[in-house]
Write a protein that binds this ligand. Structure first.
Ligand code: NAD
Ligand code: APR
Length: 228
């Protein structure tokens, strides 16, 4: 059985209306990443960070999964050996039917207490003085990984990369580590590598590239893998 590791980025949710980060007009063109996506920024101005993620949470909750999310769920349901890792903090893979999703940057739908480490489903809007339901401390934050913090589930991802036969990166610019290094890591263990993106993020970096919008290219690729 061919073991497949799939890594998705913001591009897989772009056609659901959720902005990407580094495309023209992307989030990092409009916001100062250091202010809204770093632990230091959160300490400096928690209200600004909560406002930023409250807006992203509302967008994510109001968005609908697209054909790419549904196709990856179809693949996961149709055969064993598919590990789905995402850099995205939205829940569109789950709402598109995916059974098991590894969120290496956390989830906008979850909240975290900085004091006791408790996690719970986030309300639609969070505020700096919200008390943790477990310890009561006003120390709640979105349960996600900011720049300078260590991504989640890295051991599990490393094991999957070491054992996979095919690594597929979908809708990611491959600019931010450690996710950006997964293609070399998988290739180092002998895996074939495939990029599915609007256009190649780094020509020559993958064995194969399928260019085009994910809502068209991903269902076509899944149909080919499943034989129809
Ligand atoms: P990193 O240092 O590897 O990030 C490097 C990239 O981040 C740069 O290439 C640039 O694209 C961007 N970057 C970093 N600082 C920037 C700045 N001040 N202005 C503009 N661009 C900047 O990332 P890291 O520190 O190792 O982050 C750890 C992990 O946290 C990464 O995997 C990252 O993707 C993740 N993260 C998640 C979110 C989120 O919204 N889910 C936001 C930020 C970071
Ligand atoms: N179909 C396929 N790919 C697309 C589409 C689409 N419809 N639209 C955009 N893309 C591609 C772009 O070509 C680009 O390569 O999606 C990628 C988006 O790249 P980024 O905006 O950098 O998003 P991502 O790679 O997910 O960023 C990685 O950086 O800021 C951090 O933690 C944040 O998880 C994020 C990480």
């Amino acid at each position: 059985m061919t073991r497949i590791v799939i890594l998705t980025g913001a591009g897989v949710s772009a056609e659901s209306g959720l902005g990407t980060f580094r495309d023209k007009g992307g989030l990092w063109d409009r916001y100062d990443l250091a202010q809204v996506a770093t632990p230091e920024g959160f300490v400096r101005n928690p209200a600004l960070v909560h406002d930023f993620y409250n807006a992203r949470r509302a967008n994510a909750l109001d968005a609908l999964p697209n054909a790419a999310h549904r196709a990856l769920a179809r693949l996961q349901g149709a055969r064993a050996g598919v590990t789905l890792v995402t850099q995205n903090i939205d829940d569109l893979h789950e709402r598109g039917g995916a059974r098991e999703v590894i969120h290496m940057h956390g989830q906008i739908t979850r909240a975290l207490c900085s004091v006791c480490g408790s996690r719970w489903d986030a309300p639609r809007a969070m505020h700096p003085r919200d008390a943790c339901p477990a310890c009561g401390e006003p120390a709640t934050r979105p349960d996600m990984v900011w720049f300078g913090e260590y991504p989640y589930h890295m051991e599990r991802i490393a094991e999957a990369l070491a054992a996979c036969d095919l690594f597929v990166a979908i809708g990611t610019s491959g600019e931010v580590y450690p996710a950006a290094g997964f293609v070399e890591e998988a290739a180092g263990f002998g895996a074939e590598t495939l990029e599915i993106n609007l256009e190649p993020s780094a020509p020559g970096r993958f064995d194969q590239v399928i260019a085009g919008p994910a809502s068209l290219t991903v269902p076509a690729w899944v149909a080919e893998v499943l034989g129809g």
